[in-house]
Ligand binder design. Structure first.
Ligand SMILES: O=C(O)CCC(=O)C(=O)O
Ligand SMILES: [Fe+2]
Length: 256
């Protein structure tokens, strides 16, 4: 049987085609994190899970400065968009087709236990294109409040119907939406792939380990963009022969 996923519900947890891509990526990310934050561990899984043990005394300002340095170095040195694509290539091609744009930068979430700023309930579209997929990739095993909650397409619809009926009651909306959500465990070696129309977010991490996760977006070159300027955030990752030939011809015609 093929291991291709269905995205009928708007999201799915998927195993990497090849785990070694993620293992190498995690080694690199852990190496940078260890250098920048001076972590004592030498093993990636334990080192990332124990991140908060080193940083709990740091001021928020210092923590943020180092976090930004880490994200810049990951973006410059790790080629996350290529590696994550390769790790989940079969499913991404199956879902998006042969002509693929990838987000230029990578988002890194470091969420120590008790961090008071989890991501609020939201969905990425329509600011992002509704034809885009988010690939949420944990660098450590994520479960319970260390993971992300999400509503499938039908439940997202139900939550918005509730908001339409009670437009000024954001708290009620949030409570109702969360009651319809699920929190699938996503272990290292897997990704949560979701369509940008699904409501999602995270709770304050109540586990005894830091959550370290990446999220990055892919879309078909020929699909409509969202409200943001697509070329600012995305660039081509894979282009089919048909699209390459077609765009060459169009470019030549423009010069005539
Ligand atoms: O990692 C999280 O808690 C939220 C990530 C998110 O909102 C996203 O990837 O779109
Ligand atoms: Fe999001």
């Amino acid at each position: 049987m093929s291991n291709l996923i269905s995205l009928e519900k708007g999201f799915a947890v998927v195993d990497a085609d090849e785990r070694s891509y993620l293992e190498n990526l995690r080694k690199e990310i852990f190496g940078l994190t260890r250098d920048i934050f001076k972590l004592p561990d030498s093993e990636p899984e334990a080192g990332l899970n124990n991140f908060h043990q080193t940083t709990q005394g740091m001021s928020l300002g210092e923590l943020n400065k180092l976090r930004i340095e880490l994200i810049q170095r990951i973006t410059a040195e790790c080629n996350v968009r290529e590696v994550v694509f390769k790790a989940f290539e079969k499913n991404l091609r199956h879902l998006l087709g042969p002509d693929i744009l990838a987000q230029k930068g990578t988002n890194l979430v470091l969420q120590p236990p008790g961090d008071p700023n989890p991501s609020e309930l939201h969905r990425d579209a329509p600011a992002n294109s509704p034809y885009e997929l988010v690939v949420w990739v944990p660098m450590v095993n994520c479960y319970g409040t260390k993971a992300m909650y999400i509503l499938d397409v039908d439940n997202t619809e139900k939550a918005f119907a509730h908001l339409d009926a009670n437009p000024s009651d954001w708290d009620g909306f949030e409570k109702f939406a969360k009651s319809l959500s699920v929190t699938p465990p996503v272990t290292f070696g897997q990704a949560l792939i979701f369509y940008t129309g699904c409501l999602h977010g995270s709770e304050i991490n109540g586990e005894n380990e830091t959550r370290v996760s990446l999220n990055i977006r892919y879309k078909n070159l020929f699909s409509p963009s969202g409200l943001k300027n697509q070329l600012q955030f995305f660039s081509p990752l894979r282009i089919s022969d048909v699209a390459r030939l077609g765009s060459l011809l169009e470019a030549r015609e423009l010069q005539r």
